[in-house]
Design a protein around this ligand. Sequence first.
Ligand code: CP
Length: 320
Amino acid sequence: MKKFFSVADVDSLDAIVKEALELKANPNAHEALGKHKMLGLVFLNPSLRTRLSTQKAALNLGMNVMVMNMDKDGWALETQDGVVMNGTTVEHIREAAAVMGEYCDILGLRSFPSLKDKEADYNEDLFNKFIKFCGVPVVSLESATRHPLQSLTDLITITEHKQIAKPKVVLAWAPHVKALPQAVPNSFAEWMSKAQEQGLVDFTIAHPAGYELADEFTTGATITHKLDEALADADFVYVKNWSSYKEYGEVYPVNENWMMDNQKLKLTNDAKVMHCLPVRRDLELSSEILDGPNSLVIKEASNRVWAAQVVLKRMLESLN
Ligand code: CP
């Protein structure tokens, strides 16, 4: 594996989940694989889970890790070509990425969208330039449009906890106080759509009008504006806020109550509730659910290690 950016970088969902669960059962089985190999993790935005779980995964594989908080510790980065750099940017991504590629065998990058320039965000301009100029395999730690390590984690978690062969999985929009990216819901929808294609889940998306995701991510999903209808017989509810894709980055007032709570849980098939975290308690998701027996959020966060480890393992195998 030379790149892990979207579900398109994985052939068989079944096979990668199985391999991740084998690593979970035996975390240090491949600790010789990463000996003398360097992983560089580059953050342009904050992170708790991605930062720590990916480091832990790399250490389990015997790798060394360097972390660069580019937003705080790096030079101000220029990403546009053909500009005279006489303003605030100090270093061009062409040099910065190429230099990091000299120091590392594998690189990870986190880069959020602007939520202002839809075209630049959805073209993944910065990410593509980073891949092009660094010259080593790159794992996405979340890009403008996708969060594949989170989505792989979510599929692993659903596989571990499902009670039937083809569970009903609902992606449910939730309220928030600020405009959030579409990366997590896009990615979850993209992975669940492929899982549905492969007969692994039955996938529904529920959101208020105006919050439609881009069509490319939702192929085959049932889409509704009625949360109660979507929740009927649900086995898993994946709670997440996102801002509008159509009116890019906008947040519309929503009058109905879209926060997942115990009342809504009663509509489901005793569903397990998931969220990628961080979560705003009693705004996106009720405390009673988060602290109750149906919540999978901590187990889900724990599984971030195995998603990262299987991806790094496949990248290391492609180096050797
Ligand atoms: N879910 C997730 O990616 O968490 P962090 O932003 O803390 O890494």
